[in-house]
Design a protein around this ligand. Structure first.
Ligand SMILES: [Zn+2]
Ligand SMILES: [Zn+2]
Length: 244
């Protein structure tokens, strides 16, 4: 299995990075984790075959994680996609997706897709399987708008990938990422403590409890990007591929 960072940026385009979107492929799986506003052009730049994607997991309804869906769906329609697609995310996703599509492309939510599109709402700590992908969401803490907010523990092909999503520290990240083969964690600031986001120093204090086999930092602000090369941890970059 491999994971490619299509985009690992924040909502502000820090470092010129694309919004959050990770692409996981294996012998029996092909899915996205988040689909931020700039994901479609980023996928095209990386020659990602969109047609093979079976599942898109959305962590929350902020534009840098969710805003790319109308473009992707429009692209699927115009490229005559036939393969079924499942989009799964927090409660309310069906309404939020319809609203988003109507704002960006009027009447698009009423156009019947040529392919089977299923939109599925997930609940915290209730595992769901989509083909060979088992997903367990965990409720995380990221403010008042754009929620509910979910971190994901994803099991596929004998591996575990965990993603914190955007969140301030919450103990839910421990079961979400414990012993994971890959833990992708937000590290928005280095040591500044702010509401709704995670700083590296806070995360670092909890790493022994999480005990993931591999950690990659993502969603970094200019503060963190200015420290690249001096950090003790691996950091994501757009296009980077991780073998699992
Ligand atoms: Zn974000
Ligand atoms: Zn967010």
């Amino acid at each position: 299995m491999r994971l490619q960072f299509i985009g690992c940026g924040d909502a502000l385009g820090s470092g010129g990075r694309s919004n959050t979107c990770f692409h996981v492929t294996g012998e029996s799986v092909n899915f996205l984790i988040d689909c931020g506003a700039s994901s479609l052009p980023a996928m095209k730049r990386l020659d990602v075959v969109r047609d093979g994607i079976d599942l898109i997991l959305i962590t929350h309804f902020h534009g840098d994680h969710f805003g790319g869906l109308p473009f992707l769906l429009l692209d699927a329609q115009f490229t005559r996609r036939t393969r079924p697609l499942v989009i799964a995310g927090p409660q309310g996703i069906e309404t939020r997706l319809t609203q988003l599509m109507e704002v960006l492309f009027e009447h698009s939510s009423k156009t019947k897709p040529r392919f089977q599109l299923s939109v599925v709402a997930l609940d915290p700590e209730q595992s769901r399987s989509f083909g060979a992908v088992k997903v367990t969401p965990f409720s995380v803490v990221h403010g008042e708008s754009g929620g509910p907010f979910l971190a994901y523990r994803i099991e596929a092909e004998g591996r575990v990938i965990s993603y914190s999503a955007d969140t301030e520290w919450t103990d839910a990240l421990i079961p979400a990422a414990r012993g994971a083969d890959l833990f992708i964690a937000e590290a928005y600031y280095y040591d500044r403590i702010v509401k709704n986001h995670l700083s590296l120093k806070t995360l670092e204090a909890h790493l022994p409890d999480i005990n993931a086999k591999r950690l990659i930092l993502t969603h970094m602000s200019d503060d963190m990007l200015g420290r690249l090369g001096t950090l003790a941890y691996a950091t994501a970059s757009d296009g980077m591929v991780v073998e699992l």
